[in-house]
Design a protein around this ligand. Structure first.
Ligand SMILES: *[C@@H]1O[C@H](CO)[C@@H](O)[C@H](O)[C@H]1NC(C)=O
Ligand SMILES: *[C@@H]1O[C@H](CO)[C@@H](O)[C@H](O)[C@H]1NC(C)=O
Ligand SMILES: *[C@@H]1O[C@H](CO)[C@@H](O)[C@H](O)[C@H]1NC(C)=O
Length: 782
């Protein structure tokens, strides 16, 4: 991006001055901080006894207009006369601290960080507590890196919480899947973990909109909103105008962002490249100021995606001049631009009277508030809560074990004919490993990865289980333009068991690259089929990929005995896979996204509608609305044990009495519905709750972790989802053990629905709850 290159220099000059004045040793790398030196120490903005608001006001009052403008880009230069160091807003931490942004350097004592599975796999655990712990580790490692002087920022642009709407999306791997409730729970857990909040909000931690809102590090809910197309058949994200219905916006695209803000207390949001119904999201006052800030109570900063301000003029032509783009975003409520467009054009925008200085002050309020909440104006970090996390807290054994545990809990067993798995170590004398993904350390990590502490590939892990393990890649690359089939077939026919590690990698799906097909690339399918035919026993197919693939052929082929999906499983993923194949861990992961058949590719990726339209043959999207037959369903996943469920008790003998607490003057008959429908929105709705207790039993033979997923099922009238996941909880059960899982729910939130015009309503009468094969009919009585 070429932004203000010479500022590195002034930063280091400044740091040296601060260090000398404050008698710090210059030889060890110090994190940048303000308010340690004379004279800045005497400024009110350095006085921790004042409120953050007072301090920020004081700081802004001391800045010249040029200094103010200099702060509007992701690389914010130092203001030496006030002792304010440079700040880099852009760091990444999608599944571990990464150097794919600009604020983190792995070039000092710390050379790596814990690399967790790519998000789509951790999501498959359906375990919010695990997601929280991952966020917590990332926050700790990020602070340690900062404290070691290897970072110039503590604002991380994660999580990616756009719903995985279309299976072809190259960045679907970064998300927690297609279900708004799952994505919401992921967002809340991860953000609370990262920012230093408690898991359940019961005690302490960060609270939104209060003055004692210290941040361990800052998380950012992105990309707001309806962004899930990168580059498909020449349609690119920079110019894509997402046409979104009011109904889809309210019950699909927005819930993760609302939860991320209201329950996660995220301190950052990123507006996306695309437009929504004609308006660039970064220029949308309604989305940024009215919805996020005023309605949801967002207390934080809003950053544009990189160069997303310039495209409003250049690529989209939405703004006539650069200064108009700057005015549009500042007046919509955006605060900082990833890139230097605002730094370049805010001055002329003022001259042309398109903005006023107070527009800039408003943005600076949010920006400096974050830096204050991070403790960057409280003098040396050594005297602060998070200032002494040492480098030894990066890549600890515990952190690496958590990366292993996340992969174990996420991996999904999709097929296991005649209990082919688990393999018994004693019975496998020789093993043939085939496939381009069996021994590639980069592919293991997925995108936005940092350097991992250490990695183990599937091949290496399998070699540690079976001494006589032989490997051939089978394809020259994952694209597999040609296959060395005869070599692979020869190996397959000479060994006891064959494990094929196939799938995708970043040459097939990544940022700026959506897929056009759902089947495996190139010759992979024919290689798998040939190998399966030649092998002595049914082969085991391991799929390493983020987005779903159509492997109908493998599902139907008797010679393929087992299918395991491992996502991009992170630094310890190879080991987790081997543990599962050899029965040291019982798989419990469930698909967080529908696996569609190849024929789904006839649907334009640009069609944002969630709901099916039978009149035109549009099949709808995700398990909630897709009317076709999936290859594998959302929520599907096998175990080595058999589990059963029962509804133990629901509400008061199956009825939820609203006792007129929902506003009945809003009662209206909906056509085609014999029941009444009530508008949600009354305060009373907030305090209503009911419980559902579900019994779950592990019938053995193995102990295992098991996500209990509670759905509601509906008719599809007025765009109701066929099914909707409303709550889930992961439980660990020994063989033979049973447990009762209680879900406390709000009838409006968990049983309500969204009407065509976006209004939230609750239907009186019968509601069907579903867990596994069991159904329960619940009554809502007004
Ligand atoms: C690490 O990289 C940053 C950014 O390029 C640079 O400013 C810094 O001097 C480097 N540190 C070391 C110890 O090489
Ligand atoms: C691993 O895969 C990447 C593509 O994702 C490729 O560029 C690289 O060469 C592969 N490495 C090995 C050792 O095969
Ligand atoms: C609500 O109404 C039901 C049925 O009439 C009654 O049993 C219950 O006590 C009422 N609850 C409250 C909180 O008033």
């Amino acid at each position: 991006m070429g932004i203000l290159k010479d500022q590195h220099h002034s930063l280091f000059l400044l740091l040296n001055i601060i260090n000398v004045l404050a008698s710090f040793s210059v030889q060890s790398a110090e994190p940048p901080f303000s308010c340690a030196s004379i004279p800045s120490k005497n400024y009110n903005f350095c006085n921790a006894k004042l409120s953050i608001q007072q301090r920020v006001d004081d700081l802004i009052s001391k800045l010249t207009l040029d200094e103010k403008i200099s702060q509007l880009g992701d690389i914010a230069p130092a203001i030496p006369r006030l002792g304010i160091p440079a700040y880099k807003w852009w760091s990444e931490s999608l599944h571990g601290v990464s150097n794919s942004g600009k604020g983190i350097y792995f070039n000092g004592t710390i050379r790596s960080a814990t690399s967790f599975p790519q998000v789509i796999l951790s999501a498959a655990s359906f375990n919010p507590n695990l997601w929280y712990l991952i966020g917590q580790v990332i926050g700790t490692e990020a602070r340690a890196i900062y404290n070691a002087g290897q970072a110039e920022g503590l604002t991380f642009w994660a999580p990616n919480i756009n719903v995985f709407r279309d299976p072809r999306w190259g960045r679907g791997q970064e998300t927690p899947g297609e279900d708004p409730e799952t994505v919401s729970r992921y967002a809340v857990s991860y953000v609370r973990g990262m920012q230093g909040d408690s898991f359940n909000n019961k005690k302490g931690g960060v609270t939104a909109s209060s003055s004692s809102t210290g941040l361990k590090v800052s998380a950012c809910c992105k990309h707001y909103t309806a962004y899930d197309l990168d580059n498909w058949e020449k349609v690119v994200r920079y110019t894509f105008d997402a046409k979104v219905t009011a109904q889809d916006l309210v019950d699909t695209y927005q819930p993760p962002f609302q939860s991320c803000v209201q329950e996660g207390h995220a301190s950052g949001m990123m507006c996306s490249y695309n437009r929504v119904n004609g308006v660039p999201t970064c220029a949308d006052y309604n989305l940024l100021s009215k919805t996020a800030r005023a309605s949801w109570g967002f207390y934080g900063y809003i950053v544009s995606d990189c160069d997303a301000v310039s495209i409003i003029h250049d690529a989209q032509g939405y703004a006539k001049a650069p200064e108009d783009a700057v005015a549009d975003v500042l007046q919509a409520g955006m605060d900082v631009n990833c890139g230097n467009y605002m730094q370049k054009y805010a001055g002329s925008a003022i001259q042309q009277k398109k903005i006023t200085e107070s527009d800039i002050n408003r943005a600076l309020q949010n920006l400096f508030t974050i830096r204050m909440r991070l403790g960057l104006f409280d003098g040396s970090p050594k005297n602060q809560a998070y200032g002494n996390i040492p480098p030894t807290q990066v890549c600890t054994q515990d952190h690496q074990n958590l990366a292993l545990e996340a992969a174990r809990e996420g991996i999904v067993l999709l097929k296991n004919s005649n209990n082919l798995l688990p393999l018994s170590k004693a019975k496998v004398a020789s093993l043939g490993v085939i496939g381009p993904n069996a021994n590639n350390f980069t592919t293991l990590l997925g995108n936005y990865a940092g350097p991992p502490c250490k990695s183990i590939s599937p091949l290496q892990a399998l070699q540690s289980y079976v001494k006589d393990t032989k490997y051939v890649p089978g394809c020259s690359s994952v694209a597999c333009p040609s296959s060395s089939t005869s070599e692979a077939v020869q190996l397959a026919s000479s060994v006891d068991y064959v494990i094929m590690v196939m799938g995708l990698d970043l040459t097939q799906e990544k940022e700026e690259l959506d897929r056009e097909n759902l089947v495996l690339p190139g010759m992979q399918e024919s290689l798998i089929t040939s190998v399966a035919k030649a092998a002595k026993k049914p082969v085991i197919l391991v799929l390493m990929c983020g987005g779903p693939v159509d492997v109908t052929f493998a599902k139907l082929d008797d010679k393929i005995g087992a299918i395991l999906w491992v996502g991009y499983p992170g630094e310890a993923g190879g080991l987790a896979m081997a543990e599962i194949l050899f029965g040291e861990h019982n798989p419990g992961g469930r698909l967080p996204v529908t696996w569609y058949p190849q024929e789904f590719t006839k649907v334009p990726m640009t069609d944002m509608r969630m709901r099916a339209d039978p009149a035109t043959g549009y099949p709808g999207r995700t398990y909630r609305f897709y009317t076709g037959t999936p290859v594998f369903k959302f929520g599907f996943g096998l175990s080595y044990s058999k589990f059963s469920y029962e509804f133990v008790s629901v509400a008061t003998e199956g009825s939820v009495y609203l006792n007129k607490s929902v506003n009945l003057y809003d009662l209206k008959k909906t056509s085609g519905n014999s029941y009444d429908t009530m508008k949600i929105g009354s305060k009373a709705c907030k305090n209503l709750k009911f419980s559902a207790v579900v019994g779950v039993k592990n019938h053995g033979p193995m102990a295992g972790r098991h996500p209990v997923m509670l759905f509601k099922r509906s008719s599809t009238l007025q765009g109701r989802p066929m099914e909707q996941l409303i709550r889930f909880k992961s439980v660990q059960l020994d063989a033979g053990e049973e447990a009762k899982v209680e879900f406390i729910m709000n009838p409006c939130k968990h049983l309500g629905r969204t009407e065509v015009d976006g209004a939230k309503v609750l239907d009186e009468g019968s509601h069907i709850l579903v867990v596994g094969e069991k159904e329960y009919e619940l009554s809502i009585i007004a």
